[in-house]
Design a protein. Sequence first.
Lengths: 115, 114
Amino acid sequence: DTGVSQNPRHKITKRGQNVTFRCDPISEHNRLYWYRQTLGQGPEFLTYFQNEAQLEKSRLLSDRFSAERPKGSFSTLEIQRTEQGDSAMYLCASSPGQGGIRTQYFGPGTRLLVL
Amino acid sequence: QQQVKQSPQSLIVQKGGIPIINCAYENTAFDYFPWYQQFPGKGPALLIAIRPDVSEKKEGRFTISFNKSAKQFSLHIMDSQPGDSATYFCAASRSMNRDDKIIFGKGTRLHILP
């Protein structure tokens, strides 16, 4: 399977703990995006990378959130001192990033539940 | 400010019927309008997409109609099947811009009765 993969698929944590999610994009896709989806809503943009450079961060991404893509391949999203309001599905997408329409392909998501 | 408005919120259609989902956008800088299909517990999957220079696009049983002057577009599903039951999201982006993040509607939960 050469699609976008995300790990873990599910994460349950206690309020105040730190969590980290991983995303592996489609091979050779140099753009990588993170979105958050709450129940009954559409995905909302969080941040994106062009290779290893983080180009934009949404105001939804508080100081407790940090994302990295150190070698321009996989990416991690860390949430520090989790809060119950962080419970959501965290989606990763990737796109070719060059030339023409940059269709974004989504992974299966990581569902986070903060108790 | 919601940039992409989607309706209805939910829709129930008999098998073989033609569900129609409508969307409206505000930002005229958007140049790419994809529709995503999402099943429970899965990530969104691209279904079909359209650029504003065409008024209609068909792929299999799925058709997008686009009205640039009204800033509206819609999805029609022909000969709907129970397997089409899912949540559908319309979306918009500036696909060839440096800032190409996707703005999603709130989704339509579609149920096709057998």
